[in-house]
Design a protein around this ligand. Structure first.
Ligand code: 13P
Length: 338
């Protein structure tokens, strides 16, 4: 199969008008934080049990088209010995994997960050493909301060995303390009819009320079929101600001935009997605989810590390996935939470 066909097949299997992506790719320190919050020890067996539970949720494939796994999960099996990528694909959920190696300070740009992991990426992609991954994710992180991101930060982070995406496409693996603008801080929604616009503009400029095929990637951006320490904005204000930024920066060739939740509560993230889709007008892309916390938090709380809570945890995940699927078409109402 040609690389082009491989990429297009994966896009066809992941992008439609009602499903979203489940981000379950928490690194070992991050899943430890999530497990600490529910009083569960982060052992390899507990991580396996929990992630197998998510992927095995009956009917999940009706609402979820792809799952981003952590490298460890890709090699794990369910209780019957089936590899977890196979468990996902059994209900037409495309398996993918996070390939970046985390972030650290960007030298020469105080306050900005940069992500590691390009060295040896092509070889690793070959291994991940052999384990069943058909798409991958890489996240660059942009804190907002009065002076960040700097011009150097914008350029360096965009360059990383573009080099990553070009390498993936060469290997026939669809890249999710994730420039995450953090919610931390007391900035207002206008400042967030200004930064998001600069970030996305620089990312698409770099993608162009690196000959990345826009038709064969998925964008995973932050919504345009006020900082966590600023007043909360109503959903229609978030929707208007988010759509304005996206329409100014994201070419129509990109098939799908799948938002991260970034610290929004589960219901807030659904409400904002719903408002975005109500206001979308003739926006050319699918506007969907790639939520981690906003999809998983209720499931983690319901599970609490107890085997007998498995079905309750699956119900909690399915509920969020279903409500977000309704929000894809602006058909969600908070009364449905009851
Ligand atoms: P959140 O939705 O919890 O922000 O996670 C999405 C993600 O994959 C962050 O990289």
């Amino acid at each position: 199969m040609s690389t082009q066909t491989e990429l297009q097949d994966t896009i066809n299997d992941m992008v439609d008008d009602h499903r979203g992506i489940l981000a379950a790719d928490e690194s070992t320190p991050t899943i430890q934080k999530r497990f600490d919050a529910i009083g569960v020890e982060s052992t390899e067996e507990n991580r396996r049990f929990y992630r197998a539970l998510l992927l095995d949720t009956p009917e999940l494939g009706k609402y979820i088209s792809g799952v981003i796994m952590f490298e460890e999960t890709l090699g794990q099996q369910d209780d019957t010995g089936r590899p977890l990528p196979e468990v996902a694909w059994a209900q037409k959920i495309v398996p993918g994997v996070k390939v970046d190696k985390g972030k650290g300070p960007l030298s020469g740009a105080p306050g900005d960050l940069i992500t590691y992991g390009l060295d040896g990426l092509a070889e690793r992609l070959g291994d991940y493909k052999a384990q069943g991954a058909r798409f991958v994710k890489w996240r660059e992180v942009y804190p907002i301060t009065p002076t960040n991101p700097t011009l150097l930060g914008l350029r360096a982070n965009a360059e990383m995303l573009a080099r990553y995406a070009a390498t993936c496409q060469e290997m026939g693996v669809v890249p999710i390009v994730e420039p995450e603008v953090l919610m931390d801080g007391d900035h207002d929604i206008d400042r967030c819009a200004e930064v998001n616009e600069q970030v996305l503009h620089s990312v698409f400029h770099a993608l162009r320079l690196h000959h990345v095929s826009l038709e064969h990637m998925i964008l995973k951006p932050s919504m345009t929101l006020p900082g966590k320490d600023c007043r909360r904005a109503p959903a229609d204000e978030v929707a208007r600001a988010t759509l304005t930024v996206l329409k100014r920066t994201v070419p129509a060739a990109v098939p799908s935009i799948n938002f991260l939740s970034g610290g929004q509560g589960p219901e807030e993230a659904t409400e904002n997605l719903n408002a975005i889709n109500r206001l979308r007008g003739n926006a050319p892309w699918q506007l969907s989810t790639s939520y981690g916390r906003a999809l998983q938090q209720p499931a983690q709380a319901a599970w609490a590390g107890q085997q007998e809570n498995r079905a309750a945890a699956q119900q909690a995940l399915l509920k969020r996935a279903r409500l977000n699927s309704l929000a894809r078409n602006g058909e969600y109402d908070p009364s449905m939470e009851a």
